[in-house]
Design a protein. Structure first.
Length: 295
């Protein structure tokens, strides 16, 4: 595949030319190679990503920071670099690394649509499990159910992210992720397969999914599927997130722009907002009988 040189802040960036658009969604796919895959992580012992970029295109995605290190002309959500040698690189790393907990995945969704074709996350998960590692999976894709055959009976926690129980809002904020109903199905089927399960309610979207009424719906769902662990998170002012959220709000919910500015950038307001949100979360969890599962 022809390659082109393009300078970035860190010197020469040797990137392959785009290989094709994906599934008619305007996502540019490049096949690349990597030198390492399994990295030390603050969330567990390790993490890995077989892809740079994510076709789910979530408005609030914190992984946009990756563009600082992997510049692309395309905006986040419109490119994916596929690390085609990921299993070979992982095999070399496994010869020298001690088993531990692996967050799967930290800067992309390992089961985003391209994984259906490449099966890189599947292959790497199998290798990690055979080497005695524990997997903490977090995804918004029903494709993870394809891999229950290699996950069942292993040291695995299958988790999904749900930001809102409203399917219409989910399609707006997470346009190419699986519907909420399919994410709930993941939890049910993983539990039926004997696996530990978890749900991330976050980021809870101001004015959309942070109210007492919506939180009650979310925690009732967690109780219904008997999830083992529950994480929550507020919307955070991580690098490059605000421009994406701001553009979205201007198109869809201009009435919420000032609220988001205050939640993200007014320290005093944010502290009060987060404290009140945590209070509502605790109350909703207690009403649903799952307060003891909050992580």
């Amino acid at each position: 595949m022809p390659r082109r040189k393009q300078a970035n802040l860190f010197g020469q960036d040797d990137r392959p030319a785009p290989s094709r658009a994906f599934a008619g969604r305007g996502v540019i796919v490049r096949e690349v190679t990597c030198k390492s895959l399994l990295n030390r992580s603050g969330v567990g012992d390790y993490s890995f990503n077989c892809y740079t970029g994510c076709a789910h295109g979530c408005v609030y995605c914190y992984a946009r920071f990756m563009q600082r290190f992997h510049p692309h002309e395309e905006p986040w959500g419109r490119f994916v670099d596929v690390k085609v040698n990921a299993p070979d690189v992982l095999a070399r790393q496994l010869r020298r690394l001690s088993p531990g907990s692996v967050f799967t995945c930290s800067a992309c969704d390992g089961w985003q649509p391209l994984e259906r074709h490449y099966k890189l996350t599947r292959r790497c998960c199998r290798m990690l499990l055979e080497a005695g590692f524990h997997l903490n999976i977090l995804t918004k894709s029903e494709l993870v159910l394809r891999d229950l055959d290699i996950l069942a009976g292993r040291d695995v926690c299958v988790g999904v992210t749900i930001t809102t129980p409203d399917e219409r809002q989910a399609r707006l904020w997470e346009p190419n992720a699986s519907p909420v109903s399919q994410r709930v199905r993941i939890l049910r089927e993983a539990k039926a397969a004997g696996l530990e399960t978890a749900v991330m309610f976050g980021p809870l979207i101001p004015g959309i999914s942070d109210s007492e009424e919506v939180l009650d719906k979310l925690f009732a769902l967690a109780a219904e599927v008997n999830v083992d662990r529950i994480w929550t998170d507020a919307l955070n002012p991580r690098p490059r997130v605000w421009p994406s959220v701001q553009e979205f709000l201007r198109r869809r919910r201009g009435d919420l722009l000032e609220l988001y500015r205050r939640v993200l950038f007014d320290r005093g307001y944010r502290a009060t907002y987060v404290a009140e949100l945590n209070r509502r979360i605790g109350q909703a969890a207690r009403r649903a009988g799952v307060a003891g599962r909050l992580a």
